[in-house]
Design a protein around this ligand. Structure first.
Ligand code: MLT
Length: 406
């Protein structure tokens, strides 16, 4: 008889965003006359920039001609995109990342989940609490997280770093030895950021302890403050301890189109292995690369017109974040994030638990949000709203929430 990966049986019933979608769909089905506004999952709503469309149309035409047709592409991504990333996302910021340190993929979610393949099962993994659930669930699937306690909402072998209002939602450096550290800044879900000065001790800790930082920088395009690093490689020493994940999902509306990349510096060595080599080996075996058409679309973002168009889209979402921040503040809630980030994190009123407030907003305001407790025990008593919605719908959602809280 085939046996299964028993670790899957230890996972909580469903993935957070699936549960949110399930509750919203059940409510919508039972109340078809209600118009739900979705500020739950961070999913882009603005259409693709026109330069991206044009590049993708042209690429489709190429695929239809004998002399320009493309079969399998390089597993790591086409040179035209890797060169553009190296130049625009790194060189232009004074950071040197070579094209062969960049691996183009179908999403930061996949890469954050798959990166565990190249690490041993006995590593101690540190995660922020609250945290993007993919980091936790994928380590649990691999058997690195131990057992789950429903009561504590925690895995026995993970090292949790509470991120709460008292520490400005930035974790404290572990006071023991951990091996793999997930950091996400600007943070999902809290919207918190980390300055260069605050990030440097993490890099030092990782280099001193032989740890690896898995740095999720998917929301860097939302940074407005000058002292916030856009990439961990702005910090001296990061190339010997950090892997970085980036995505076009939130930057250029690629949530449905799928394109992202991961940087694994060639200098990064652990336990007798070179991580760039290992990740390349993993990708070549398990991944056949991102479609040419999609990579052409992603590369178009780096043109002058592409930059202009994506800045407009980011500004649109930033304005939504402002609307949510100020509306919730007026409603008397304590509000965090939403400045260098598309996520607004707020305290529930009157000490209500997260799912109860989620349900109240769903049933009474017909607004879909994400309960903070779904991101970890320290998220209990918080709620997340995303700025990725339509501007008018966002304004209306905020008005509805204000009304029921009055
Ligand atoms: C979120 O809402 O946290 C994100 O959209 C999830 C993701 O990017 O996978």
């Amino acid at each position: 008889m085939a046996t299964i990966n028993q670790n899957y049986l230890k996972l909580p019933g469903s993935y957070l965003f699936s549960e949110v979608a399930r509750r919203a769909a059940a409510y919508a089905q039972a109340n078809p006359e209600k118009r739900l506004i979705k500020l739950g999952i961070g999913d882009a709503t603005r259409p693709l920039p026109s330069v991206v469309l044009k590049a993708m149309h042209d690429a489709v035409d190429e695929m239809g001609h004998l002399d320009t047709f493309k079969g399998y592409g390089p597993e790591q991504g086409y040179d035209f995109l890797r060169n553009a990333i190296s130049e625009h996302d790194y060189h232009a910021r004074g950071v040197s990342i070579a094209p062969d340190e960049i691996f183009v993929s179908d999403g930061a979610k996949s890469d954050c989940g798959n990166i565990g393949d190249i690490f041993g099962l006995n590593n101690v993994v540190a995660v922020c609490d609250p945290v993007y659930p993919v980091y936790v669930d994928t380590n649990a699937m691999a058997g690195r997280a131990g057992d789950y306690s429903e009561e504590l909402g925690k895995w026995s072998k993970l090292y949790y770093m509470p991120c709460v209002a008292e520490n400005g939602f930035t974790p404290a450096i572990p006071n023991c030895k951990v091996d793999i550290i997930y950091l996400c800044f600007p943070n999902n879900p809290t919207g918190a950021v980390i300055t260069r000065e605050q990030l440097k001790p993490w890099v030092d800790y990782a280099n001193e302890n032989g740890a690896v930082i898995l740095y999720d920088s998917a929301y860097e395009a939302f940074i407005v403050d000058d002292d916030i690093p856009h990439t961990i490689y702005e910090i001296e020493g990061a190339k010997t301890c950090a892997i970085e994940f980036r995505s076009y999902s939130k930057t250029a509306g690629f949530t449905g189109t799928r394109c992202a990349y991961t940087v694994v510096p060639k200098e990064l060595e652990r336990d007798g292995g070179n991580l760039n080599f290992l990740w390349n080996r993993r990708q070549c075996t398990k991944f056949n690369g991102v479609p040419y058409i999609v990579q052409k679309g992603a590369a178009a973002i780096y043109s002058e017109q592409g930059q202009k168009e994506i800045k407009e889209v980011i500004a649109y979402y930033q304005q939504n974040a402002k609307v949510i921040r100020s509306g919730l503040t007026e409603a008397g809630l304590s509000v965090f994030g939403g400045v260098n980030s598309p996520y607004v994190w707020c305290k529930t009123p009157g000490g209500m638990d997260s799912w109860s407030f989620f349900d109240q907003l769903l049933h009474e305001a017909n607004v879909v949000t994400t309960p903070g407790s779904g991101f970890g025990p320290s998220g209990q008593g918080y709620l997340r709203m995303t700025a990725f919605g339509d501007a008018d719908a966002t304004k209306e959602a905020v008005e509805r929430v204000k009304k029921i809280l009055q």
